[in-house]
Design a protein around this ligand. Structure first.
Ligand code: NDP
Ligand code: 8X3
Length: 253
């Protein structure tokens, strides 16, 4: 792997994004890592630097279109040529029927999972097109392939990620840019703690009685996807725990 390649990972302060940063460092990438929590990003940065990684860490809320534009327009010169973008920042908030839904939860999910992904992509794609090379990896979800009870808005945002992934692939194929969608099932990260607003008992229960995915399983897949031959694009991967055959049903023992 060319040592000078740059990967930009959003949502790298925990879970899948953090594991992906470590995995892509192992492949030789320099890393731009993005998230809102400065303390957590600092810890991830320091862990990576201890291993010898070249890291540019940026505290940024991907929902803030102006801040996203400002960040990417003002990257230091030697960090401008992003080779791989992992659009991973995202969240679920709550679990309720549409007729009982929380409007601020809806806004947070739509603004982060859909609009945030668009804002970042809008900044990074032009450089890839100019260079006629690059790879965008969008983290969708099994929730973007199947709807489950009370998943309504979260599922809708991930269906949108799936649609945007397909749209981007159509638009960038002529420019030599690869686009991949990765759709995990249940992975134990901070995802459920965030979904249930810090209720760690409720979050823990999500992963009881079966072997869930871990962040490294998805990072592993991302490493494989980015290390295929130049002419090979992995369009779409759905990665599930063996016990979760469909989105809403998990076999627990
Ligand atoms: P985590 O909660 O552990 O990680 C989410 C990451 O997104 C954090 O780094 C968080 O950082 C960041 N983030 C959230 N909102 C913003 C924002 N507005 N701006 C910048 N960064 C943000 O969960 P996961 O690692 O599981 O989630 C990563 C992705 O994987 C998400 O898109 C999620 O929907 C998807 N996914 C997760 C699955 C699972 O079961 N865990 C399954 C399928 C998909 P910070 O709070 O510091 O900003
Ligand atoms: C997260 C997967 O099935 O917990 O995107 O909603 S699920």
């Amino acid at each position: 792997m060319d040592q000078s390649k740059i990967a930009c990972i959003t949502g790298a302060s925990s879970g899948i994004g953090e594991a992906t940063a470590h995995a892509l460092f192992s492949l030789g990438f320099r890393l731009i890592i993005i998230a809102r929590r400065a303390d957590r990003l600092e810890k991830v940065t320091s862990d990576l630097q201890t291993k010898g990684a070249d890291v540019l860490s940026i505290v940024l809320d991907v929902r803030d279109s102006k801040a996203v534009e400002n960040t990417f327009q003002n990257l230091p010169n030697d960090w401008k040529s992003i080779d791989v973008l992992v659009n991973n920042a995202g969240l679920a908030q709550g679990l309720s029927k549409v007729y009982d839904g929380n409007l601020s939860h809806w806004d947070a999910m739509i603004d982060t999972n859909v609009k945030g992904l668009l804002y970042v992509s809008r900044q990074v794609l032009p450089g890839m097109i100019e260079r006629q090379s690059g790879h965008v990896i969008n983290i969708g979800s099994i929730a973007g392939k199947e709807v489950y009870d009370k998943g309504n808005v979260y599922c809708s945002t991930k269906f949108a990620v799936d649609a945007l992934t397909k749209a981007m692939r159509i638009e960038t194929a002529e420019h030599g840019v690869k686009v991949t969608g990765i759709h995990p099932g249940a992975a134990e990260t901070e995802f459920s703690i965030v979904r249930f607003e810090g209720d760690s008992e409720r979050a823990k229960a999500v992963y009881q009685g079966f072997e869930n995915l871990v962040a490294e399983d998805i990072a592993d897949a991302i490493s494989w996807v980015v290390s295929r031959k130049p002419h090979v694009n992995i369009n779409d991967l759905v990665i599930m725990p063996q016990a979760q055959a469909v989105a809403g049903v998990i076999v627990r023992k």
